[in-house]
Design a protein around this ligand. Structure first.
Ligand code: NAD
Length: 294
C-alpha cells in the first residue's frame, strides 16, 4: 500500500482548511461575552455571520464589532425558546443568504440556587434555554444546512455538566443534556446520510458577564452593576491560584475551539466533546506523588 497516496486523500485536513470563506454561520447569544468572541472569530476566518440574541443593545454592539473587523454581520432577534422565532429566523436566512453551514448554539443562562431553594420556574427556565433552545435550533437549521451541502453544529455545554458544584442542579442538568442531545443529533444526521457533524464544547470557568449575572440571580440588575469588575477580579485571582493554566478561560479560548470544530480542520471529529478548561477537570492541579509523600 502506498501510504503517501493515502495521505493525499481529499478529506485529510490541508493548509487553508481553517478558512471559513463562503460559509454562513449563525450564533445564538451573540450579544454575550463568549458569543461576541465567537462571532468575531468566525468573521475573522471569513464567515458571513448571522447574529442573534434577546439582548438587542448587546447584539448590535457585537454586530458593530464584527463589521469594524471587516466581516459581514446580520442581526436577527431570537429567543431560543421560541419555536416560532426559530422558524422565522430560518426563513429570513433562506431568503437573504439561501444557505447555512455553521450553527453555534451558545445562548445560556445560569442562576445558581441550591436544590432545596430552586423554584420550578427557575428549573424550567434553565432547561428551556439549554435544551429546548438547542433542540429547536438544530431541528430548524438542519434542513437548510442539508440544502447548503452540509455543515457543522457546535453546541456550547459546560464542564459543570460533568462535574457540578453546589447550586447548579438546573444548569448542570441542562448542560449534561446538551452533550447527549449533541451526540443524538450527530447520530440522526449520520443515519440520514447528511454531511453534518455535531459536537459540543465544554468550557470551564471563562471570564465573562455570566459571572456577574450569577451573583444577581442570573440577570444583570437594571442599569449595570458597579461591583461587576471587582467580582471578575476576585474570580480571576481564584483561577490564578487553582487552575493548572494559572488563569481563567477567556471568551477567545472558547472561540478558537468553535472555529476549529466549525472548519474542515476537524472534518473527522463528530459526536464528541471538546473540553476547554485549562486542564482543571483533567488533573488534580499541583498535586504530585512526591507532594503527597511530604
Ligand atoms: N462563562 C463561563 O464560565 C461559562 C462556563 C461554561 C459554559 N458557559 C456557557 O457559555 C455560553 C455563553 O455564556 P457567557 O459566559 O458568554 O454568558 P453571557 O451571559 O455573557 O452570554 C449569554 C448570552 O445568552 C443570551 N441569552 C440568554 N437567554 C437567551 C434566550 N432565551 N434566547 C437567546 N439568547 C439568550 C444572553 O442575552 C447573553 O447575551 C453559555 O451557554 C454558558 O452556559 C460559560
Amino acid at each position: 500500500m502506498n501510504m503517501a497516496n493515502e495521505l493525499q486523500r481529499d478529506d485529510v485536513p490541508k493548509k487553508g482548511d481553517s478558512s471559513l470563506h463562503g460559509k454562513v454561520a449563525l450564533v445564538t447569544g451573540a450579544g454575550g461575552s463568549i458569543g461576541r468572541a465567537i462571532a468575531l472569530a468566525l468573521g475573522h476566518e471569513g464567515a458571513q455571520t448571522v447574529l442573534t440574541d434577546i439582548d438587542e443593545p448587546s447584539l448590535q454592539e457585537t454586530a458593530a464589532a464584527v463589521r469594524a473587523n471587516g466581516a459581514e454581520a446580520r442581526t436577527l432577534p431570537l429567543d431560543v425558546r421560541s419555536e416560532a422565532q426559530w422558524r422565522d429566523c430560518m426563513a429570513a436566512i433562506r431568503e437573504d443568504w439561501a444557505q447555512l453551514h455553521i450553527l453555534v448554539n451558545n445562548a445560556g443562562v445560569c442562576a445558581p440556587t441550591r436544590l432545596m431553594d430552586l423554584t420550578y420556574e427557575s428549573w424550567r427556565w434553565h432547561l428551556d434555554v439549554e435544551l429546548d433552545g438547542k433542540f429547536l435550533g438544530c431541528k430548524y437549521a438542519i434542513p437548510l444546512m442539508v440544502d447548503s451541502g452540509g455543515g457543522s453544529i457546535v453546541n456550547i455545554g459546560s464542564i459543570s455538566g460533568r462535574v457540578p458544584v453546589s447550586g447548579l442542579a438546573a444548569y448542570a442538568t441542562g448542560k449534561a443534556g446538551v452533550t447527549a442531545l449533541t451526540r443524538a443529533i450527530a447520530a440522526d444526521c449520520a443515519a440520514a446520510g447528511f454531511k453534518i457533524r455535531a459536537n459540543s464544547i465544554l468550557p470551564g470557568g471563562t471570564r465573562s458577564a455570566i459571572w456577574i449575572k450569577m451573583a444577581h440571580g442570573g440577570m444583570l440588575p437594571e442599569g449595570g452593576d458597579p461591583d461587576g469588575e471587582a467580582l471578575l477580579t476576585r474570580q480571576t485571582k481564584l483561577f490564578e491560584r487553582t487552575n493548572p493554566s494559572r488563569r481563567p478561560g477567556y471568551p477567545e479560548d472558547i472561540a478558537k475551539a468553535v472555529v476549529f470544530l466549525a472548519s474542515d480542520q476537524s472534518s473527522y471529529i463528530n459526536a464528541t466533546e471538546l473540553v476547554v478548561d485549562g486542564g482543571s477537570s483533567g488533573i488534580r492541579a499541583f498535586a504530585s506523588i512526591s507532594d503527597l509523600a511530604k
